[in-house]
Design a protein around this ligand. Structure first.
Ligand code: G3P
Ligand code: MG
Length: 237
């Protein structure tokens, strides 16, 4: 089961910062997940639409210019990193799941991936199917992950055939609350890896392993036990 560090290792370090991504790898994650906004053509790694929770700033991310956003401080004196900084830090050593947030992010992320020597490190996901389609249509070679939100009625009747046709996705990213053995089997039968978010409790990690999911997003990468014979696998399998 693949260990994907959620916003790095946010259980141990300020989320979506360079020290958080470094920590995730130190703790054994093969891959990291991050959230990206396009601010005036620059790709910034931050989760919330607003600045208050994680930075010294206030207001909406998209209402500020790059210079101001880069001047803000986060916990442990960190700054909001760019996608390029994270790629330089961990892109050679781990897979990166870029989750698209905000407007006009898909095209800029596709441009960034296309400018790198290989797309092997990149898995692009989004809750927004149109954004995913835009990345798909660019043929960058990046893997595509379809991200589904929590759904009150569960996903047992999920029809993934249309999703598969539209995006030819590598993976389906499901909320822990909605994962059942049936959904996992159905997605895997359609050729998709199943990655589950956000799995932090040891009993949930064990349950996901029993279901045979392909990976979990976790704030605590050290809680996901790696098969001793394989050790740490880097990047997307
Ligand atoms: O990509 C998995 C997970 O990060 C999706 O939700 O809100 O943490 O970005 P969120
Ligand atoms: Mg995310």
């Amino acid at each position: 089961m693949l260990c994907i560090g959620h916003r790095g290792a946010m259980g141990y370090a300020p989320e979506n910062t360079l020290i958080s991504f470094r920590k995730a790898l130190e703790l054994g994650a093969s891959c990291v997940e991050l959230d990206v906004y396009n601010v005036q053509g620059s790709l910034l790694v931050i989760h919330d639409e607003r600045l208050e929770r994680t930075t010294s700033g206030s207001g909406f991310v998209m209402d500020h210019d790059l210079a101001h956003l880069r001047s803000l401080t986060l916990e442990q004196n960190q700054r909001i990193p760019t996608l390029e900084e994270v790629y330089r830090e961990v892109g050679q050593r781990a897979g990166i799941n870029i989750e698209l947030k905000g407007p006009n992010t898909a095209g800029a992320v596709a441009d960034f991936i296309a400018a790198q020597p290989s797309a092997e490190w990149a898995l692009v996901s989004s809750f927004n199917p149109q954004a995913l389609k835009a990345v798909c249509d660019r043929n960058t070679g990046a893997r595509i992950g379809v991200l589904l939100p929590e759904f009150a009625a569960g996903w047992d009747h999920l029809d993934i055939s249309m999703t598969v046709e539209q995006f030819n996705p590598y993976s389906l990213h499901l909320p822990l609350k909605n994962v059942t053995a049936g959904v996992v089997a159905k997605a895997q039968a359609a050729g998709l890896r199943v990655f589950v978010y956000t799995v932090n409790q040891p009993e949930d990690i064990a349950r996901m392993a029993e279901f045979g999911v392909d990976g979990v997003f976790t704030d605590y990468p050290d809680r996901v036990k790696l098969p001793p014979e394989k050790g740490v696998v880097r990047g997307w399998p």
